[in-house]
Design a protein around this ligand. Structure first.
Ligand code: NDP
Length: 237
């Protein structure tokens, strides 16, 4: 039987590419997002035996229900990927408190809640692997993204600490930190301008981040790491 993997934010973008790669490797996927129609269409595109669920990661109740559904339909979880995320870019002085809270709740609290639920199951299973999707902006900072950056930097501290808490239980926790990746989140950006600051001279593709995520999920001796997938952006800025 293939491994059971939950991909939060798996309906599109980076999460969808992760779900596709894991499905190709024989894993059984739970594709999770708020919009059930989109999640269902992604899960169907992966082939038979995958599950689509609607869940807002910022709601503890919804996260708990989602894990119960996954356990009932697919069995205990082996891999967790947190790719659900939002941005509300703007200079701090122009950022509304509700937009700060929305980013913190989705990007940071959401990951904490799914990790908590997954770790409970993984401890009983005597092992598992988690990858949280951070951002190069969480490591370098970016003007106009102070709150988003704080949530992504927070994920690094959270993931490293959790890696220390659960290592004895054979559970590994890692972070990927992508640069500019071609998804709905970056569709409005001027790639022609921004690519000048990228060593490889282009935005990345979702499947190129998925490769790094799957590498971390499958690497038995890697935990507490932050893998930068940015085409060399960090060397240029
Ligand atoms: P997309 O906007 O393409 O996809 C976001 C995914 O997250 C969707 O599946 C969306 O589905 C889901 N999602 C958003 N909010 C919630 C929520 N509250 N609960 C559950 N699911 C949610 O984004 P990307 O694929 O580009 O981004 C994926 C991750 O990668 C994010 O964490 C982002 O911050 C990070 N990242 C992206 C970069 C990029 O350049 N694209 C660069 C660095 C990091 P739905 O709306 O239906 O809930």
């Amino acid at each position: 039987m293939g491994k059971v993997c939950a991909v939060f934010g798996g309906s599109r973008g980076i999460g969808k590419a992760v779900a596709e790669l894991l499905a190709q490797k024989g894993c059984r996927l739970a594709v999770i997002a708020r919009n059930l129609d989109v999640a269902q269409s992604t899960a169907r595109s992966l082939g038979a035996g995958h599950l689509a669920l609607s869940c807002d990661v910022s709601s503890e109740q919804e996260v708990q229900k989602t894990f119960e559904e996954m356990q009932r339909n697919l069995g205990p979880i082996n891999y967790l990927v947190n790719a659900a995320g939002i941005n509300r870019d703007g200079l701090l002085l122009r950022t509304k408190t509700e937009d700060m809270i929305a980013q913190i709740h989705t990007n940071l609290l959401g990951t904490m809640l799914t990790c908590k639920a997954a770790v409970k199951v993984m401890i009983q299973q005597r092992g598992g692997a988690i990858v949280n999707v951070g951002s190069i902006v969480g490591l370098k900072g970016n003007s106009g993204q102070s709150v988003y950056s704080a949530t992504k930097a927070g994920l690094v501290g959270f993931s490293r600490s959790l890696a220390k808490e659960v290592a004895k239980k054979q559970i590994r926790v890692n972070v990927v930190a992508p640069g500019f990746i071609r998804t709905e989140m970056t569709a409005h950006l001027e790639e022609d301008q921004l690519k000048k600051a990228i060593l490889l001279g282009r935005f990345g593709e979702p499947h190129e981040v998925a490769q790094a995520v799957v590498f971390l999920l499958e690497s038995p001796y890697v935990t507490g790491s932050v893998l930068v997938v940015d085409g060399g952006l960090q060397l240029m800025t």
